[in-house]
Design a protein around this ligand. Structure first.
Ligand code: PLP
Length: 398
């Protein structure tokens, strides 16, 4: 039973996570199963990771094959899946070369180091400042944490990394004022995921790209949550017709295995030289083989158009629900990254959904987030919408 695992876990695992109520033991498609055999529709997908659903046969096959062939060599030696994966990413994000690591935070850490090195080689060490946005989330390692524009995550960890400043998200004039000649990089999410799926006004990212080009700073887009088709295009920034100097990816890249990537193009791609940066496991053959299977399946199963279609339909259904249910204050997002603003606390709604067999996430005090697998069906989503309506009906008004 879950209680047994809770007690065992609390004795041996540190307390940095809120203790989960569920212990999950198995997954298949869009469903996961707990240790008591109960099944749940997984509409959060391991926090925007399992885009093909759980244990997709193409992923399982690729991982098994690679495990039986070569699992690890480090970067003292070349491995063929990592070269193939870099080629596959360059085919989708033109002109880029890759550095592979193991997580989103590490990819951003690499991007910050790359930007500092690029600027110091070109302009000297005075140009080292990084501008990021209030409400952003870039990860928990020190530079990524410093770039994260949410004080609650930084509290108690000071002193942080020097040379970071924050601007209100979506405000181009504020960005213009902040990017002086000491700035080496502007780091932005194309849509802010963790702060509640906040979509910037049209033209913001294109404006940021122009500004960076004018002022000699690199535009780094953190597409850790939005990339790889989550918003209906391979990168979310494609919706604005721009390509940043540097883009970071992780989450779904390894199909559920730990993998991150920093892609750089143009001058930025020249900034690292042998010895500049490294990771023992970065680009390990098994994660890269999984990523190759993921990319192939996104194409062969036409999943990006499915994300656009299902995402639009879902937002439409949620808006109809909002018209009947005043506890929904708003619906936001793009593709299959969707937020539902409530007039009541989100956590009890999330827990009630869990009781009814649906996994969703209370991403902010009054905001729910959905990031389902791309293969989720409308019928599966309909069952969730019906449950959500019942839950909100039975929730006391704020
Ligand atoms: N960047 C963004 C936009 C994220 O959403 C996250 C995680 O939620 C990260 C970075 C950090 O990724 P990781 O937890 O893999 O370090």
């Amino acid at each position: 039973m879950s209680e047994g695992w809770l007690e065992r876990a609390s004795k041996v695992l540190l307390d940095n996570y809120f203790p989960p109520r569920l212990t999950l033991v198995r997954g298949e498609g869009c469903r996961v199963y707990d240790d008591a055999g109960r099944s749940y529709l997984d509409l959060i997908g391991g926090i925007a990771v399992t885009t093909l659903g759980h244990c997709h046969p193409a992923l399982v096959h690729a991982i098994r094959e690679q495990c039986g062939t070569l699992m690890h060599v480090s970067n003292l030696y070349r491995n063929t899946p990592s070269v193939r994966l870099a080629e596959a990413l360059a085919a989708r994000v033109p002109g880029t070369r890759a550095f592979f690591c193991n997580s989103g935070a590490e990819a951003n850490e690499a991007a910050i180091k790359l930007a500092r090195r690029h600027a110091s080689t070109r302009f000297g060490a005075a140009r080292h400042a990084v501008v990021s946005a209030e409400g952003s989330f870039h990860g928990r390692t020190f530079a990524a944490l410093t770039a994260t524009g949410q004080p609650k995550y930084r509290e108690g960890f000071e002193p942080l990394v020097p040379g970071f400043r924050y601007v209100p998200y979506g405000d181009l004039a504020a960005l213009e004022a902040a990017v002086g000649d000491d700035v080496c990089a502007v780091l932005l999410e194309p849509i802010q995921g963790e702060s509640g799926v906040r979509v910037p006004p049209p033209g913001y990212l294109a404006g940021a790209a122009r500004l960076c080009a004018d002022r000699g700073a690199l535009l780094v887009l953190d597409e850790v949550q939005t990339g790889l088709g989550r918003t209906g295009t391979f990168l979310a920034c494609e919706a604005e017709g721009i390509l940043p100097d540097v883009v970071t990816l992780s989450k779904s890249l390894g199909g559920g295995l730990a993998l991150g990537a920093m892609l750089a193009r143009g001058e930025a791609a020249q900034a690292f030289v042998p010895g500049s940066h490294a990771s023992t496991f970065g680009g390990n053959p098994v994660s890269c083989a999984a990523a190759l299977a993921l990319l192939k399946t996104l194409d062969s199963d036409n999943l990006l158009s499915r994300v656009r279609e299902t995402g639009e339909w879902l937002q439409g259904e949620l808006r109809e629900l909002a018209a009947r249910q005043p506890k929904i204050a708003g619906v936001r997002g793009r593709g299959l990254l969707v937020a539902i603003d409530l007039t009541v606390p989100a956590k009890p709604v999330m827990l009630a959904a869990e009781e009814r067999g649906f996994l969703i996430n209370a991403v902010q005090e009054q905001t729910l987030r959905l990031a389902p697998p791309f293969v989720v069906t409308k019928n599966e989503l309909r069952s969730f919408l019906a449950a959500l309506e019942q839950i909100l009906e039975s929730t006391a008004p704020a």
